[in-house]
Design a protein around this ligand. Structure first.
Ligand code: AMO
Length: 437
């Protein structure tokens, strides 16, 4: 639309005639005149309407799409220091009339709806300023990630979603009928990002991951995005962790720069990152958990959700001034076939998770890069070697020592914004029950 002014730029246009376009967020009819709150992608503005203009809106509901021409004036308020502006409308054009009442009220400060109602009516609830803010923050996280990776000189890769074999093992994959053949939706870009290690040495990308989860939880989706990363010619897993930390810091910087208003609207105060994210072996973490809380999970092969929460929200902030903690050296039984075994203890792996603000948001580690070793791991995991022919070809033709990680985008957004359910951090979530909208 030519000559349109966004709401956020109106403060600079005092006394000028402008065109503002957006949705009717709220209407107050004072009989002889009225107030329309108009919402565009940048904010809300009050428009003062004449009786005739009010008449134009008769029978129309909120969300009607409007084009307003008017003069920017200082808003009359009781607070002499509040230099807000409003628009004195000269003409009003209706671009798309709405006659139905919205199924959920979206013009209050908070959306008062249960999660399922909010998601059933996502088409309109997404328009609420707080919902909009969530996905602005998510976009900024990806900007920060991309900017960091580009700065390192790495190559962005666009990974396939349809594949012949499951990448993470297990049974949690979706089968697809592919012209009568069995195909799968990728659980991650794992195999593909590793293959590119024969070429680019450092790659990243945003992938789609599909997991046929059996239950709905507040942390799991059946479709989500991973910020993927893989790097070659490394000496140790610690190098991969440096990239996790560097990119996370870059992402935090991006949201602080791009999303000040959104973070304020969502009442988010970002937790401290600390000097350096602490690193602790799984077994040591379980012992600290036991010593400090009395809960004995030292015989477990993994952290329970409660232990993850305690480590990242109590222990790491208190002891290391950080809301993040790397937990390393998970047992072989808990990690996929591509994970390198720890040469000092072959029941353990060179693997890590990054736990942040309550739960795991990143998984990563060193990978097996030699052919014989990888063949043996596939066989020992009971997987069919013929399913991994293409993958093993890369090992056969030389892959440097390498490692990488995958960061769950929706999980990260959920934890940073303190959202109770991951579906709130997913624009159109899919779970065991939900496939719409
Ligand atoms: P993993 O399976 O641990 O590792 O997944 C990596 C990250 O993705 C997120 N995540 C999920 N988010 C929402 N719903 C789910 N069902 C779900 N499952 C996982 C988490 C998790 O930390 N290929 C490896 C990564 C690697 O080693 O490079 C992988 O997929 O935030």
């Amino acid at each position: 639309m030519q000559n349109r002014t966004l709401v956020r730029d109106l403060n600079d246009k005092l006394g000028q005639t402008v065109i503002v376009a957006g949705w009717l967020h709220r209407l107050r009819d004072m009989a002889k005149f009225g107030f329309a709150i108009v919402r565009d992608r940048s904010g809300l503005v009050q428009v003062v309407l004449t009786a005739e203009q009010l008449e134009q809106l008769k029978g129309l509901q909120v969300e009607t799409v409007l084009k307003v021409t008017g003069i920017v004036v200082e808003k009359r308020t009781k607070d002499p220091n509040a230099h807000e502006v409003e628009i004195q409308a000269t003409t009003l054009e209706i671009l798309s009339p709405v006659t139905d009442v919205t199924p959920v009220e979206i013009n209050n400060h908070d959306l008062d709806a249960r999660l399922e109602t909010l998601l059933d009516n996502r088409v309109v609830t997404l328009r609420h300023p707080k919902q909009r803010a969530i996905f602005r923050v998510q976009a900024a996280l990806v900007h920060g990630y991309r900017a960091y990776m580009e700065k390192q000189g790495f190559t962005e890769i666009f990974f396939p979603v349809l594949a012949g074999a499951a990448s993470e093992g297990g049974s949690e994959f979706f089968r697809v009928d592919y012209y009568g053949r069995d195909a799968a939706l990728t659980q991650s870009a794992q195999l593909y990002k590793q293959i590119t290690m024969g070429v680019y040495e450092g790659v990243y990308g945003v992938s789609y991951s599909f997991r046929a989860e059996k239950f709905s939880t507040s942390r799991h989706l059946t479709e989500f995005n991973q910020l993927e990363f893989e790097v070659g010619f490394i000496d140790s897993m610690e190098e991969v962790m440096e990239y996790v930390e560097g990119s996370t810091r870059g992402m935090f910087a991006a949201i602080q720069e791009e999303c000040k208003e959104e973070l304020a609207l969502l009442n988010v105060v970002l937790p401290p990152l600390g000097e350096k994210f602490p690193r602790i072996k799984l077994i040591d973490a379980l012992h600290v958990y036991k010593a400090e809380t009395g809960i004995d999970e030292t015989h477990e092969p993994d952290l329970s959700p409660a232990a993850e929460r305690w480590l990242s929200t109590v222990w790491a902030p208190k002891v290391h001034g950080s809301g993040f903690v790397f937990v390393t050296h998970y047992p072989e039984t808990k990690r996929p076939f591509y994970t390198k075994l720890d040469p000092e203890d072959p029941t353990s792996t060179l693997s890590f998770d990054l736990i942040g603000f309550g739960s795991e948001i990143v998984s990563g580690g060193m990978r097996v890069n030699r052919y014989d070793e990888q063949l043996a791991r596939i066989q020992s995991k009971g997987l069919r070697v013929e399913d991994f022919e293409d993958y093993l070809m890369m090992h056969k033709y030389g892959i440097p020592p390498e490692g990488g990680f995958g960061m769950g985008l929706q999980r990260l957004t959920q934890n940073i914004l303190g959202l109770a359910n991951i579906k709130e951090a997913t624009i159109f979530p899919r779970d065991v029950q939900r496939l719409r909208p």
